[in-house]
Ligand binder design. Structure first.
Ligand code: GRF
Length: 217
């Protein structure tokens, strides 16, 4: 079994997708055994509680980043965590924490990295005027939204899309690629070499190219 800790600051829909997959036995040998939030009112904590999973509010107030991450690292060690998933965790982890979990922290980001790292990636994408957006799962390194890419999904941007529409469409694909990434990890099918992640076994891609615009003559 691969014990997974999910760190989340808010809504927790990605956590919910992982829990649904776990119940349906679509998470390989992974199981979420701990949920941690820096915010006491995070829905992610409620979801964890309802699912009978240990839920911890780790309060950052009065702690340096280093001290906070050290408490977090100790908690994860006590709980025997093998994989950390960042699902909307609004804190940047220290280098010391990242080094304690080499290629064992997965982040989900609502953009096609390396485009639009950081906050409000969907808003950044719309403001830039892109025609396609998407989501990325990646292993976490010491730079923000930067480590080796595991999976990406592509979402077309329609002219009428506002930030809410685009966020909703991206979120739907986030849930899929995050579940698949955790499963691939748990099945031992991911290996990292430099920036590249090799996925062992069968991965099927729907017809390519998918999003070539058809412009009327
Ligand atoms: C998602 O868009 C994720 O990509 C980003 O934060 C959001 C978290 O959403 N890192 P939720 O809390 O999982 O619903």
């Amino acid at each position: 079994m691969v014990n997974v800790a999910v760190l989340a600051s808010g809504r927790g829909s990605n956590l919910e997708a992982l829990l649904t997959a776990q119940q349906a036995r679509r998470l390989g040998g992974a199981r979420v055994t701990l949920v941690v939030s820096d915010r006491p009112d995070a829905r992610a904590l409620t979801l964890a509680g309802e699912a009978g999973i240990k839920a911890e509010h780790l309060d950052p107030s009065g702690h340096t980043r280093e001290a906070y991450d050290e408490r977090l690292r100790e908690l994860l060690a006590t709980e025997d965590i093998d994989l950390v998933v960042l699902a909307g965790f609004l804190r940047i982890l220290t280098g010391a924490f990242v080094r304690a979990f080499p290629n064992r922290i997965i982040n989900i980001h609502p953009a096609l990295l390396p485009a639009f790292p950081g906050l409000d990636a969907q808003g950044q994408a719309l403001a830039y005027g892109v025609r396609v957006a998407g989501a990325t799962t990646h292993f976490v390194d010491e730079q923000v939204d930067h480590g080796p890419i595991i999976l990406q999904s592509v979402v077309p941007v329609r002219p009428e899309d506002g930030s809410d529409d685009l966020s909703r469409n991206i979120l739907e694909t986030e849930h899929r690629i995050l579940v698949d990434s955790v499963r691939l990890f748990a099945e031992g099918r991911l290996s990292v070499s430099g920036r590249r992640v090799e996925i062992k076994g069968d991965v099927r891609y729907p017809g390519t190219p998918l999003f070539v615009p058809e412009v009327a003559t």
